[in-house]
Design a protein around this ligand. Structure first.
Ligand code: KIV
Length: 255
């Protein structure tokens, strides 16, 4: 079944949690799709986990487009959101042009971090043109000064709920909310129509999203709020170690 904004909404209505994971290439897209992940996010986390850059602000549209095209080709039955890299929404015109490029590459929607009024103007322009979008609230890695949990005070929580309502009124496909208290994640999910997909936002959201490499334990470190479901790095390292031993012993060591 091809997942769409409508199927995600019906999952929210029926109380079925939505699984989203990031994907960047053939392996991540096809493994996630085969495991039953309903929605893929080509995240700007590609900067760190694919391209080895120091920050998500260092990736651009060209690298993102390469990943989006690959993921859409390799997981054609899946809803694929494409993350705006830093600066891709600098003005409403830039946002529109970049969103068209993502949609032409096969994306179902674009995800936009909303730190300020400039980003909201870009989101409004996208929605006015009918471009499907996902709003990203809470911790916003592109502009955050620290990794501390967001919306911890009543006033901050209230502001986040208002931002959720504003995104909802624009008809976004979903809201991603990152690193907020469980109670805030749950209130946001209760207060908006759109599915709320949490990362470090507790189990009361309508779904969860994790970075592919984090959930599979492919790096030594992952954010404290990102659970690891397998220690993939150790498994892969052992396979490679055995391969090198096999080569060095001219095939004498057992595989
Ligand atoms: O870029 C990314 O991977 C993300 C998720 C962590 C939500 O934005």
């Amino acid at each position: 079944m091809k997942h769409t904004a409508e199927t995600l909404l019906s999952m929210k209505k029926s109380g079925e949690p939505i699984a989203m994971a990031t994907a960047y290439d053939l392996l991540s897209a096809s493994l996630a799709q085969a495991a039953g992940v309903e929605t893929l996010l080509v995240g700007d986390s590609a900067a760190n986990v694919v391209f080895g850059l120091g920050s998500t602000t260092e990736i651009g549209m060209e690298e993102m487009l390469l990943c989006v095209r690959t993921v859409c080709r390799c997981a054609s039955g899946t809803y694929v959101a494409a993350d705006f890299p830093f600066g891709a929404d600098a003005t409403p015109e830039t946002a529109l042009a970049n969103a068209e490029r993502f949609l032409a590459a096969g994306a179902s929607s674009v995800k936009i971090e909303l730190p300020d009024e400039r980003a909201w103007k870009a989101l409004e322009a996208l929605r006015a043109r009918g471009i499907p979008a996902i709003a990203h609230l809470g911790l916003l890695p592109q502009t955050a000064r620290s990794r501390r949990q967001c919306a911890r005070t009543d006033a901050e929580a209230e502001a986040l709920l208002l931002a959720g309502a504003r995104a909802d009124s624009l008809g976004v496909d979903a809201v991603v909310v990152e690193h907020v208290p469980d109670a805030v994640g749950a209130s946001l999910a209760r207060s908006v129509k759109a599915p709320v997909i949490g990362i470090g936002a507790g189990s009361g959201t309508d779904g969860q999203v994790l970075v592919f490499h984090d959930l599979l334990g492919l790096f030594e470190k992952s954010p404290p709020f990102a659970p690891r479901f397998v220690e993939g790095r150790a498994l892969l390292a052992e396979g490679l170690r055995r391969y090198v031993e096999w080569v060095k012993t001219r095939g004498a060591s057992p595989r």
